[in-house]
Design a protein. Structure first.
Length: 120
């Protein structure tokens, strides 16, 4: 039985609220089903989340290869998928009468953990 593997992307340039809408759909799914769902999603966040998911699967394969354990990639599922808030980019935009108003550009941290199903 292989241990769980994870992948993290830090400071993705999209707000956590928008990213959470997509990641809630893949939590608990089989890896192949999750990648299929992300490839047909219209959301921009799906592209970045799919990259992190592929990286987590590659990390699981590499871990199994180095520890000389068998791994069935089709048996992997998304055990944990969270979006945390990253650092905010603080910018200014011109306003009326020579003033400036703040713009807060939010970033996200994406963390995905994949594991093998116990029943197999």
């Amino acid at each position: 039985m292989a241990a769980e593997s994870r992948a993290i992307q830090r400071t993705a340039r999209q707000s956590p609220y928008k990213m959470r809408l997509v990641i809630d759909q893949i939590r608990g799914l089989n890896v192949n089903d999750a990648l299929a769902l992300l490839s047909f999603s219209k959301k921009h966040a799906a592209v970045q989340i799919a990259k992190v998911l592929r990286s987590a699967v590659a990390n699981a394969e590499q871990h199994a290869r180095t520890s000389n354990e068998p791994l069935d990639v089709d048996a992997l599922f998304v055990k944990k998928a969270v979006i945390n808030e990253g650092p905010k980019l603080k910018r200014w935009t011109p306003a009326a009468m020579g003033r400036a108003t703040p713009m807060i550009k939010r970033t996200s941290h994406v963390e995905i953990v994949v594991a093998e199903k116990e029943g197999r």
